[in-house]
Design a protein around this ligand. Structure first.
Ligand SMILES: Cc1cc2nc3c(=O)[nH]c(=O)nc-3n(C[C@H](O)[C@H](O)[C@H](O)COP(=O)(O)O)c2cc1C
Length: 252
């Protein structure tokens, strides 16, 4: 995938809009040239996407055979690709169909389904993914957004629309994780504007078992390490032996 043309990133108040368009060299290239050169021992979550159900299946079949990959994250929520992307996660029916089709061929890896926040009821879609065989759901992907260049009087981004992420989306993302936690039994990967250990704790207390950081790394590449250390300190200071005690702790 070549990705989108033109400007692909715009800074916004407390966040950013991107329309990269999933630029990548393809799963065959990843399998043959990239994965073997990864020197780290940490588990790998491979985020995959397709322009059609058939392509999702094809990519999943290859992903299923890449031994070094520990988890597959099914992106049915990208707001800035022309074919596919968000449409696959826009309704319970399409989320269910895509998850089912991938689940059938993805026999060797746990499947995480990545949900779009650009829906009316994200909890219902999470439940549909769970019922279709997802082992976990991750949320949120970016919010559909745009920026207009007042000098040219035209949309700034090459793709016109992009996805909003960063601090500005955090309260909405936390609310969605809280709602999804009530709706499903499978573990949740929480994300959306994590910029500190305290933000990560919010997601964990809302119900996330794992957290993920995107936009925050653009301004602070050390953020993941700071988040890990910050959480460790929090656990020590509060005499909490197992972080699992905090998962969903905010639920009354
Ligand atoms: C530059 C950029 C590229 C992204 N690419 C992907 C992608 O390939 N697949 C995906 O599922 N999400 C992608 N995302 C979405 C993030 O993984 C994340 O869900 C979202 O940005 C919200 O988290 P954040 O506020 O920490 O960035 C991307 C986000 C950014 C900012």
């Amino acid at each position: 995938k070549e990705g989108n043309k033109g400007i692909r990133i715009a800074e916004t108040p407390s966040g950013m809009i991107n329309c990269i368009g999933l630029e990548n060299p393809g799963i065959e290239y990843f399998k043959n040239n990239i994965v073997k050169n990864i020197k780290y021992s940490s588990p790998i979550i491979l985020n995959i996407n397709g322009a059609s159900i058939d392509e999702y299946i094809k990519v999943s079949e290859i992903a299923n055979e890449i031994e070094r990959v520990n988890f597959i994250e099914l992106n049915i929520s990208c707001p800035n690709v022309k074919n596919g992307g968000m449409a696959f996660g826009a309704s319970c029916e399409s989320a269910e169909n895509t998850t089912k089709a991938v689940r059938k061929v993805l026999t060797k890896k746990p499947l995480i389904v990545k949900l779009s926040p650009n829906v009316t009821d994200i909890a219902a879609i999470a439940k549909a993914a769970e019922d279709a065989g997802a082992d976990s759901v991750s949320l949120v992907n970016t919010f559909l957004a745009m920026k207009i260049d007042t000098k040219t009087r035209k949309p700034l981004l090459g793709n016109i629309f992009g996805g909003l992420s960063g601090d500005c989306i955090r309260p909405i993302a936390v609310r969605m994780v809280y709602q999804v936690y009530k709706a499903v039994k499978i573990p949740i990967v929480g994300m959306g504007g994590i910029s500190s250990y305290d933000d990560a704790l919010e997601f964990i207390m809302a119900g996330a078992s794992l957290v993920s950081i995107g936009a925050g790394i653009f301004s602070n590449p050390m953020l993941p390490i700071e988040v890990i250390r910050g959480i460790d300190n929090y656990l020590k200071e509060n005499k909490i032996e197992n972080i699992k005690e905090l998962i969903g702790a905010a639920h009354l």
